[in-house]
Design a protein around this ligand. Structure first.
Ligand SMILES: Nc1ncnc2c1ncn2[C@@H]1O[C@H](COP(=O)(O)OP(=O)(O)OP(=O)(O)O)[C@@H](O)[C@H]1O
Ligand SMILES: [Mg+2]
Length: 426
């Protein structure tokens, strides 16, 4: 040892500490990489990102090579440090001083500082490091495999299968929600809202967005041709379901563009049969279809209006592509009828006058309320379910946090009710 000069030993020691810092920082850097950003960079063919991503594909090997390197270097540091100390100190002093001094040096220069920096700038550390780690992995491959095999074996003794417990890098929907939610400034508010709506689409079915049968404007072929013509002229809608006597007997959907071809001012040429001829086949869908599925179906079938049926095949209403898209992007407001008479109007003292047919989802969304959407879909439904009958007087009652007051009712349904959210007073 005396043949080697002390200066050279110090240079070697510094070099080893730098190596140790490299291993420590690349370990933290590699494991702190943002997986989504990494995938994005890989797609854009970023070289360092691609290398890092390949290394991360087998985390046990990556960690193996880093730890083998790091430990080897740290042991060398201890040996060289001891050799230097031996030149100046007595045997006992070396045993006391060298470990303390080396631990401090290793902690500060080879562990804490490099790891802290790597945690803040993972990409700047991990991408260049990948260029070194990749060939190093090839070089140390036999050792890595042996170390992995032994540690897998030990883990199995403890009842853990490391090979199978692969890091799952698939986001679950709730996690994706959190990512979008926390993106904050990075995504404009409006886009953020749409993304969240897309994620929520999963939770709703066709039943939640359909126009209930009693609100559907359609052509009854049992009506006189005069009445039908009057309806066609006056309606604001472009696609009308056509049925015989009852909406359950739908024969098709009439597009008024087609109607324009055969209606030329003169009613005498129009017959029930000619209307029937110009209808397109009805497109039936179950009310329980999840909205994302229905969106795909609308696209594949190239349809915009569907007839919604329940489990017994009874027609419940119609669902349109526009209404489904509104779930994502918000109101298009093409429905002029809707604008002319709002379903919800504010009255005095935080009471709201609400149409019985208004959907609970709409009420919750517009007023920020939390009425239960598990049961009935409309305000009328909620009230009738609670009272277990259609009342014959204008009763008022409380359910949960809400006070209801029936304002207008018919023999079959509640037309209008006032609702108040009872504030949670202490
Ligand atoms: N026959 C109908 N009966 C009741 N509501 C309908 C009917 N057709 C469409 N709607 C509703 O009117 C709104 C506008 O829908 P949409 O724009 O698809 O129909 P449109 O205005 O008749 O057609 P377009 O705009 O393509 O000419 C939607 O909210 C939809 O649910
Ligand atoms: Mg329209």
């Amino acid at each position: 040892m005396d043949a080697v000069s002390t200066q050279l030993l110090v240079v070697i020691l510094v070099g080893l500490i730098i190596c140790s810092a490299f291993f420590s920082s690349s370990e933290t850097g590699m494991l702190s990489l943002n997986r989504y950003r990494l995938r994005h960079l890989v797609k854009k063919e970023h070289k360092g990102a691609t290398l890092a991503s390949n290394l991360l594909a087998r985390p046990e090997r990556l960690i193996g090579v880093i730890l083998i390197g790091n430990n080897l270097v740290n042991i060398l540091i201890a040996m060289v440090g001891t050799a230097i100390a031996e030149r100046y100190l007595s045997e006992w002093a070396v045993i006391v001083v060298a470990p303390i001094a080396l631990t401090l040096i290793l902690l500060v220069f080879a562990e804490v500082t490099p790891k802290s920096i790597a945690a803040i700038f993972p990409e700047r550390i991990a991408f260049p490091a990948s260029y070194v780690l990749q060939p190093l992995l090839l070089l140390l491959y036999p050792f890595v495999l042996v170390v992995n095999a032994i540690s897998n074996g030990l883990a199995r003794l403890a009842g853990i299968d490391l090979a199978k417990a692969k890091l799952s890098d698939h986001l679950r929907p709730e996690e994706l929600r959190t990512v979008v939610d926390e993106a904050g400034e990075l995504i404009p508010d409006h886009h953020q809202g749409m993304l969240l709506n897309v994620l929520d689409l999963e939770k709703a079915t066709v039943e939640d967005i359909m126009i209930p049968r009693n609100e559907v404007i359609g052509i009854d072929l049992d009506d006189d041709i005069e009445d039908i013509m009057e309806l066609i002229r006056s309606t604001e809608y472009t696609r009308l379901p056509v049925f015989e006597g009852d909406i359950n007997n739908v024969v098709g959907v009439l597009h008024l563009r087609n109607a324009a071809r055969f209606i030329q001012g003169d009613n005498s040429t129009v017959t029930h049969d000619s209307i029937r001829e110009h209808c397109s086949e009805p497109y039936f869908i179950p009310e329980s279809t999840p909205l994302p599925t229905q969106l795909m179906n609308f696209q594949q079938q190239k349809r915009r209006t569907a007839i919604v049926v329940d489990e017994y095949g009874e027609v419940q209403g119609i669902a349109t592509l526009v209404d489904l898209l509104e779930e994502i992007v918000g109101d298009f407001s093409t429905d002029t009828a809707e604008d002319s008479e709002p379903d919800i109007t504010e009255c005095e003292d935080d009471w709201f006058l609400i149409d019985g047919s208004t959907s609970i989802r709409d009420i919750n969304r517009q007023l920020g309320w939390t009425l239960s959407t598990d049961g009935p879909k409309t305000l009328n439904g909620i009230i009738v379910e609670y009272l277990e009958s259609i009342p014959d007087a204008l009763v008022s009652f409380e359910v949960g946090n809400y006070r209801f007051e029936i304002v207008e009712l018919t023999e079959t349904r509640i037309e209008k009710a006032k609702v108040l959210e009872i504030s949670l007073q202490a």
